[in-house]
Design a protein around this ligand. Structure first.
Ligand code: 2DT
Length: 234
């Protein structure tokens, strides 16, 4: 028998538009996995606690005149904020701990590419198109499953006013949701990571149940087939 290295942990990503309940579900999911004696930690992006994260936080919480911060520069900061966490994230998984992550590169691409009203779904879309936006995140550790908490904009707005951060605006959020759908379609076309779309208008308990069953399957699959960690969009 081989001296067994620990099985790697599963990398589970929750994505969705603002107000879909992601943050609540991430913390419930971590508790659920811990209750099953599965070592699990939560990650969230942007990680506002680092120096890069401080710049991102300043950007999100000030509503300066548009154009004062270049859209590409801020996009690259969000990506840098993931790259600075990537070694720790990979070593955590390698040690056998599962990660449940609140937003990642899909949010990065969805939000930046949604800043322009034109349809940028084509990969050749030039300025702030999907292809350009994906570039800096290519090669990051890739999640083993993406759980997309789907909520239409009217439902999201019924959940109370936005907090006033820069991106909390109706038209932008509607475009963000479309970009997520485009990113899902791209992953599916390329046979990359599997997406699970969960109806986030259900009760918290029902959403939790649905997510828990998806995650149990993913954790078992990763433990069984010891598939290596994949890389984003490769
Ligand atoms: P939170 O409300 O979840 O803290 O997000 N965003 C996020 C981007 O524009 N690019 C990114 O790469 C990421 C991870 C989504 C704050 C806002 O930041 C947006 C909402």
């Amino acid at each position: 028998s081989s001296s067994a290295a620990p099985k790697r942990g599963a990398f589970i990503l929750l994505e969705g538009v603002d107000r879909c309940g992601k943050t609540t579900q991430v913390s419930l999911l971590v508790k659920h996995l811990m209750s099953l004696s599965l070592a699990t930690v939560a990650y969230r992006f942007p990680d506002r606690t680092t120096q890069v994260g401080t710049l991102i936080n300043n950007y999100l919480t000030t509503n300066g005149p548009t154009g004062t911060v270049d859209d590409r520069a801020i996009h690259l900061l969000f990506s840098a904020n993931r790259w600075e966490s990537a070694p720790k994230l990979a070593s955590t998984l390698a040690s056998g701990t599962n990660i449940v992550c609140d937003r990642y590169a899909y949010s990065g691409v969805a939000f930046t590419s949604a800043k322009t009203e034109e349809d940028r779904s084509s990969m050749s879309g030039g300025e702030l198109g999907l292809g350009w936006c994906m570039g800096p995140d290519v090669g990051l550790p890739a999640p083993d499953c993406v759980i997309f908490l789907d909520l239409d904009q009217d439902e999201a707005e019924k959940r109370g006013g936005y907090g006033g951060e820069r991106y909390e605006k109706r038209d932008l959020q509607i475009r963000v949701r479309k970009r997520f759908a485009e990113l899902q379609a791209l992953d599916e076309e390329q046979g990359r990571v599997s997406w699970h779309v969960v109806d986030a208008s259900q009760s918290i308990e029902d959403v939790t149940k649905e997510i828990a069953s998806i995650v149990t399957d993913t954790v078992e699959r990763i433990a069984k087939d010891s598939s290596p960690l994949r890389r984003m969009w490769e």
